[in-house]
Design a protein around this ligand. Structure first.
Ligand SMILES: [Zn+2]
Length: 459
């Protein structure tokens, strides 16, 4: 009893302290949107990236505010920017991160010019609107506000605008972790990898990324004797390969939840209609089948998945080729025993003439999920309750990949957060007509502000 009272007091006390910080959101909101529009105007399509242009814009703003920052570049055209506000050192730093590069566009499929941000019906359309110049803007505004309001900090707050997140991490996070670790080393990190889902404009849940699957692109190669198409052979590589692909492609490895996905389904149940809640609370074989037909995202969270994506075989209609090859997009659970999993794949295929070739490139590192019992995760939950009462915080495992993986592998408790997005909006990351609700930008800044203040400000 005493403990719960005390806890409740702390929460109330914390909120009161934070409220005392006088941010004028009527001014900070439009200022944030202004920087956001400027960043969207800078074409940082990767490749080639040219992230230095965005880094220099950020540098000019930060320097005007008197915030120390520097550019760190593996390639001069692809600079990363690091800025730091010093705390009293009684706690370890927080890293707030966003990536300045964006993926390419098929311009002819866009209604608007992807690099001239356009306002329409409450939305801003541009490449990078939700991936990831929103987070870059939030990080920039956080630094500006902390500095202007002269907030006393227990920890350093580091802002990193990184290059090369979209498939060229050697220019960004890999380079920084390897050669400039002391510049970004932190106890906690916040970056993309979460999303705040709204239904009819009302926030339903704040998804916080705490772990992600590991991408392992693999190949299967079947070999046999070449021959004439008029004479069937027992070891035709085309047949061996397609049989093997069918076997592994339809195999469903055993389901396994981790701390994140267990909490995800439990909490999702609390805001779902009774029938759905029952499914989330008791994932039986029948529920697994239901997910595989109706909730593909949930199906993919339950297990390591194997999806055949490319087949290559043959060159003439009347020649049996000596080789046939398939590409598999394999996404392993964070705690998968990979050598044992490969051995199981070989057993399922059951054909020594089909070779399984593990990924050639190492990809992002494996790490355990970030914890749900940290000061940072609690702060994220407090911010959700404060800004979106009635919603819930949902720890989430991404089936995609982000640069938080490299930080988690270094022992950082790293969390993904993101803007408000309507649950069925199809103009998302990497899509045509990528867009964000304009009101999402100030909210994202505010969300970051309250969270960082609770964990870093001196009381
Ligand atoms: Zn991204």
């Amino acid at each position: 009893m005493e403990i719960s009272l005390c806890k409740r007091f702390l929460v109330v006390f914390g909120a009161t302290t934070l409220l005392a910080q006088p941010v004028d959101w009527n001014k900070a909101g439009p200022e944030a949107v202004g920087h956001f529009m400027e960043l969207l105007r800078i074409d940082t399509t990767n490749p080639p990236g040219n992230e230095t242009k965005a880094a220099k814009y950020l540098q000019s703003i930060l320097e005007k505010e008197g915030i120390p920052c520097k550019l760190l570049a593996f390639d001069p055209d692809r600079a990363n920017l690091v800025a730091r506000l010093k705390g009293n050192g009684s706690k370890r730093p927080i890293l707030v991160m966003g990536h300045t590069d964006v993926v390419g566009v098929q311009k002819e499929k866009w209604t608007f010019d992807p690099f001239i941000p356009t306002r329409k019906d409450g939305f801003i359309y541009a490449r990078g609107a939700v991936d990831d110049k929103d987070n870059v803007t939030a990080g920039l505004m956080l630094m500006i506000l902390l500095k202007r309001l002269n907030v006393k900090l227990d920890r350093d707050v580091i802002f990193l605008a990184e290059a090369g997140e979209e498939s060229s991490t050697r220019f960004g996070i890999d380079f920084l972790v390897r050669e400039h670790w002391s510049e970004i080393e932190a106890e906690y990190a916040l970056a993309e990898g979460g999303v705040t889902i709204t239904r009819d404009g009302k926030v339903r849940y704040v998804g916080i990324g705490t772990t992600e699957k590991v991408v392992r692109i693999m190949r299967l190669i079947a070999r046999g004797e070449a021959g004439h198409g008029s004479r069937p052979t027992p070891d035709n590589p085309v047949l061996r390969l397609t049989t093997a692909v069918t076997k592994v492609g339809t195999w469903r490895p055993p389901m396994r939840l981790n701390d994140t996905t267990r909490a995800y389904f439990e909490r999702l149940a609390t805001i779902s209609p009774p029938e759905a809640a029952r499914r989330y609370n008791h994932i039986t074989a029948a529920v697994e089948k239901y997910f595989s037909e109706h909730e593909l995202h949930h199906d993919s969270l339950l297990r390591t998945t194997i999806v055949p994506t490319i087949l290559k075989a043959g060159f003439r209609s009347n020649v049996i080729p000596s080789e046939a090859e398939a590409t598999l997009d394999v996404r392993t659970l964070p705690d998968e025993d990979v050598p044992a999993f490969y051995a199981e794949m070989r057993r399922i295929i059951g054909d020594p003439k089909v070779e399984l070739i593990p990924p050639v490139r190492p990809g992002r590192p494996v790490s355990r999920p970030s914890r749900l019992d940290t000061e940072m995760f609690r702060a994220l939950e407090h911010t959700q309750r404060r800004m979106f009462p009635g919603a819930i915080t949902l720890p989430s495992m991404s089936t995609g990949a982000t640069d938080l993986a490299q930080l988690r592998a270094k022992g950082v408790e790293a969390y993904g957060f993101g803007p408000m997005v309507e649950e069925r909006d199809t103009h998302g990351a990497h899509g045509d007509d990528e867009r964000i609700a304009e009101s999402s930008i100030p909210k994202l800044v505010e969300f970051l502000w309250h969270t960082v203040l609770e964990v870093a400000a001196t009381r």
